[in-house]
Ligand binder design. Sequence first.
Ligand code: SF4
Ligand code: SF4
Length: 291
Amino acid sequence: MSQKEWLVQSITEIIGASPENSLRLQPDEAAFGPPLVGFSKGDDPLYDFLKKDIGAFYCHPAQIFAVAFPQKVVTGAELAVICWILPQTEATKREHRQQDRFPSERWTRARLFGEQFNNHIRKSVVELLRRNGHAAVAPVLSPLWERRISDTYGFASTWSERHTAFISGLGTFGLSDGLITPVGKAVRIGSVIAEIDIEPTPRTSLSHTGNCLFFSSGKCMKCAERCPAGAISAKGHDKERCKKYIREIASPYAQKKFDLKANSCGLCQTNVPCESRVPVRKKAADTEERE
Ligand code: SF4
Ligand code: SF4
């Protein structure tokens, strides 16, 4: 079994077997379905590009690794970035599709308990790699991870798992800023950087927005119709408007209705053509057309 096969199998087993993969409902229900796993090289030029594009505060994989392992002298070329996609379950998506203003209970539980489980996955993958002789670190659990403001994009952070998933061949961006993966946009994402030699996952789309109907055909905008805050338009995703709605309306609703403290909304991620699949059909020559 190759290192890549071993990691895909191990991550899939962690997610499938863990009792922490739970929405904490009675009877118990999993938070997420089987993952997709992708890989990129630590010296992929797109990691340098993000530093230029998002801001100098954005961390390169080698930078995060160096802080975790100051005694090691390792270049980006010797590192791999391992990334996983956690698909929301059909039960969660079905319940959330019916909402048009406020988050559903299952979605809120996936945001809260699912993200706690995602931290468990990050730690488990790091431990697995270290046990097998590979130094590893989870960027969002690193002291370097923090929220920042980008001159170009507004709200940002020092490491973005959506951008990491794009670089690792797991999808492309949609109009709403979500990552449209082969299992759609109703997902959560995790990542780990490790000193291990793994072949990167090829990026299959021609552009970083190739899976979105709006960017490929100028039509769709279903995510904009779903957004109760008016935060999505042909110009893209208004992060400030989105954040204000989540902080002032959606989260207080979830707290009152479900007694759950979570930044929950995600209406733009369900009941849209990209919810559970890539809606843009690819031709053999890898040009794109609307389905
Ligand atoms: S709903 Fe349509 S426009 Fe919005 S991200 Fe999905 S494919 Fe793109
Ligand atoms: S998360 Fe909610 S408020 Fe933000 S863009 Fe999506 S639907 Fe709109």
